[in-house]
Design a protein around this ligand. Sequence first.
Ligand SMILES: C[S@@+](CC[C@H](N)C(=O)[O-])C[C@H]1O[C@@H](n2cnc3c(N)ncnc32)[C@H](O)[C@@H]1O
Length: 254
Amino acid sequence: MGCATIRCHYPQRNPSAASVQRTCEPELMDDCQQALAYGAADFASSDQAFVDRLADFFPGGLGDRLVDLGCGPGNISFRLAERFGSASVLAVDGAGAMLELGRQALAALPAERAGRIWFVQAVLPDPALPGGFSGLLSNSLLHHLHDPQVLWRSLGQLGCPGAAVYIKDLRRPASPEAALALQELHLGQLDGPGAALLRRDYLASLHAAFSVEEVRTQLREAGLVGLQVAELGDRYLEVWGRLAGWSDDQPVQP
Ligand SMILES: C[S@@+](CC[C@H](N)C(=O)[O-])C[C@H]1O[C@@H](n2cnc3c(N)ncnc32)[C@H](O)[C@@H]1O
């Protein structure tokens, strides 16, 4: 996997941070072992839930040019290409270790579907990325970004007028105890070689995540008036809507 050339990152916790303050984690998941543990984990049900949710917000579809930001090993990119049979999917991530896993999996797909998926290594913000995408998707990227405006500005750069947007992420629990409880509830039974690493990363991600109110402020500051945010389940938030220029000019409702 070319691991020798992959940079290592370590969590940078701030021990003096108040319990509910955000603690950033490293942006890129380009540690080899970390990527392997993530790639081997079974996220099938939450990945499928992501793709199924799109029909609630965009029953008419997302158009034919989709981009999956922070795609990791491509779990969701693959499902997007399967669900939307005429769409092409640009899968973007800054971590070479993740993309390598994605490219390996791509080789096992039917040629017709594989031919509609492109993995590109890019660290956001990246002005060199192409624009004009009709659907802007992202799962679990936002909490990695030290500056969340990187994601919101990238939407404007990459999307066509009226582009459909769906972003799902963890939301930050109210206390360290609540974070530990979620870790136990959702990863407590996890077994196997990568389990300890996944549990560590999951807890760090919960602490790095944003609240719904923080995301609402971010969207307002970014001028993304067509996007809404709400809690989803016990640990997620979701952002949906359209960029300016959608001809109906109506808010998108689930
Ligand atoms: C938790 S993973 C999510 C992967 C995938 N979306 C999924 O749902 O399985 C977050 C991904 O975002 C990537 N990432 C973080 N910051 C990034 C940045 N600034 N530019 C590009 N990718 C980034 C990481 O490398 C990692 O692969």
